[in-house]
Design a protein around this ligand. Structure first.
Ligand code: SF4
Length: 253
């Protein structure tokens, strides 16, 4: 295919993507994103009008429908080199209308095998944090990763892979519209907070992603190697429960 034909094919694919998201009420690009800025500037005279204050999405369509459209667009994704080594795409799972969403790094061997996020030992620990610690049901939250395919030998994600996969996590968050996000480990926290600060410094410090509070905390895989970090994670999860207006187990808060 010539370079020009490839460009046209890309533009058509993107147009279909936008059309699909629009049909189910997922706004694209998000307000405040770099892509959205020119539109805001162009519509400056509309400030205060119905257009300027239009809601981000159509309320009548549920998170499940919106997520389905995102999954459909992802398809059998070949957008980065990780497609070549994966067994399955790990889209993420949970309640499509979850109030709480966790964002981790990437699938490992167990996740790649089963097509589900956080199902290995680290996943079991995350389940314990959610169910035994926070007294929530894992099925009531949503769990996803920055990357949807397993990097070889579980190496760190590369910047271009993160960039290729980025639109889908962005669209998932806009589809689910959680009230609170938790960034698990360096990659989850960096992606959500757009920073490269060490996780040891970020942990426990509330940030924000598109107006949604973000709690960065340690990755469960780190906790398996460093159990002493569990105390800090519990403090972070207590803060998350307070943000959600939920009871804090074992506390008078
Ligand atoms: S990691 Fe993301 S962008 Fe890369 S192939 Fe998988 S789904 Fe596509």
């Amino acid at each position: 295919m010539s370079e020009r034909s490839e460009l046209v094919a890309d533009l058509l694919a993107h147009a279909r993507f936008l059309e699909g998201l629009d049909k189910v009420g997922v706004a694209w690009p998000p307000a405040g994103s770099a892509d959205a800025e020119p539109q805001v500037a162009a519509g400056a005279s509309l400030q205060g009008s119905a257009v300027a204050s239009a809601p981000l999405a159509v309320a009548s369509v549920g998170g499940a429908e919106r997520l389905k459209a995102v999954r459909a667009e992802l398809g059998d994704c070949q957008r980065c080199r990780l497609a070549g080594g994966r067994k399955t795409i790990v889209f993420g799972q949970g309640n499509p209308d979850a109030e709480l969403m966790f964002v981790g790094e990437a699938p490992g061997a167990d996740e790649d095998e089963q097509g589900l996020a956080f199902v290995g030992r680290a996943g079991q620990l995350l389940t314990d944090i959610i169910e035994k610690g926070m007294k929530l049901r894992r099925a009531d939250v949503f769990i996803a990763n920055v990357l949807k395919c397993r990097p070889p030998q579980n190496r760190n994600p590369e910047p271009d892979e993160i960039l290729s996969c980025q639109p889908f996590l962005e669209a998932q968050i806009r589809a689910i519209r959680p009230r609170v996000l938790v960034g698990l480990g360096k990659f989850g926290a960096h992606w959500l907070l757009k920073t490269a600060a060490p996780i040891t410094r970020l942990r426990g410090q509330l940030g924000e992603y598109e107006g949604i509070p973000v709690m960065p905390t340690y990755h469960p895989a780190y906790l398996l190697r460093n159990p002493a970090g569990k105390k800090d994670v519990w403090e972070d999860m207590k803060a998350v429960l307070r943000l959600l207006g939920r009871p804090v187990p074992g506390g008078s808060e």
